[in-house]
Design a protein around this ligand. Structure first.
Ligand SMILES: C[S@@+](CC[C@H](N)C(=O)[O-])C[C@H]1O[C@@H](n2cnc3c(N)ncnc32)[C@H](O)[C@@H]1O
Length: 230
């Protein structure tokens, strides 16, 4: 697979204010949407893409319905929802309500994923909207997370991390998908994934309303009647 096909460097989409309508909130994305973000045409096609008895993890799954719906469609696979927020019993209860038996909820820190699981464990590692703030605010931890994902993925397994922020102003994109293979330059790929999942400085403030010293100001990108939080 060439670098261009891995990262999908097509013509970069032009910036559109559309992104400001969709401030992501944990659990706000449907399973179907996440399947499409990870490259499938729909949820059913996504669920059928796994080999029999595949072992799959979603890192930073939060309250997402993704694992539960895929797990229900494919009772033969084992799916792990991994998130540090599951150490809160209330969040764990909300997230795991109605979970099928083949979906497990694990509380843990993504930077230590490689300490939780043996190398070469998962047929597929998925992650959506875990990286953008970490990649932008703390690239060292972000790199640790991506490296850990490659470590726990099987050789021949898939690592799919998103959203890819083509110009950092468009964070709602599809995931960056890489097949883990022998001899792969993990350092280079990790670096590229961290770079290409960073959310722009302007959007960082918008997506973190609790950000200290914020003040409302005009966005340089939006028309004069739209405002954003900085
Ligand atoms: C914006 S939510 C994304 C949820 C889901 N993947 C989606 O796309 O709807 C990000 C999740 O990452 C989790 N998270 C952030 N940092 C983490 C870390 N270091 N280890 C594990 N989970 C983390 C948060 O608890 C939160 O549930």
């Amino acid at each position: 697979m060439t670098e261009a096909s891995v990262f999908g460097f097509e013509t970069p989409p032009r910036f559109t204010p559309r992104v400001f309508k969709g401030i992501p909130v944990t659990g706000s994305r449907s399973a179907e949407e996440l399947a499409c973000k990870h490259g499938a045409s729909d949820l059913a096609t996504f669920a059928m893409s796994f080999p029999e008895e595949a072992y799959v993890i979603d890192v930073g799954a939060g309250l997402s319905p993704f694992g539960n719906e895929v797990g229900a469609a494919r009772p033969d696979i084992k799916w792990v929802n991994f998130d540090h927020s599951y150490s809160d019993p209330g969040i764990l209860e909300d997230a795991s309500r109605d979970a099928p038996a083949n979906v497990e909820y694990v509380a843990g820190d993504a930077t230590k994923l490689n300490e939780e699981y043996e190398p070469n464990t998962f047929d597929a590692v998925y992650s959506y909207w875990l990286m953008p703030h970490i990649s932008a605010n703390d690239p060292v931890s972000a790199a640790r997370i991506v490296r850990a994902m490659f470590t726990v993925a099987k050789i021949g397994g898939l690592v799919s991390v998103g959203p890819r922020t083509v110009d950092a102003n468009n964070p709602q994109g599809k995931s960056i998908r890489v097949m883990n293979h022998e001899g792969m330059d993990v350092g280079f790929l990790t670096d590229r994934i961290v770079t290409h999942t960073q959310v722009a400085e302007s959007l960082r403030h918008l997506f973190q309303p609790q950000y200290p010293n914020r003040k409302v100001t005009r966005s340089p990108y939006l028309n004069s009647r739209r405002r954003m939080v900085r």
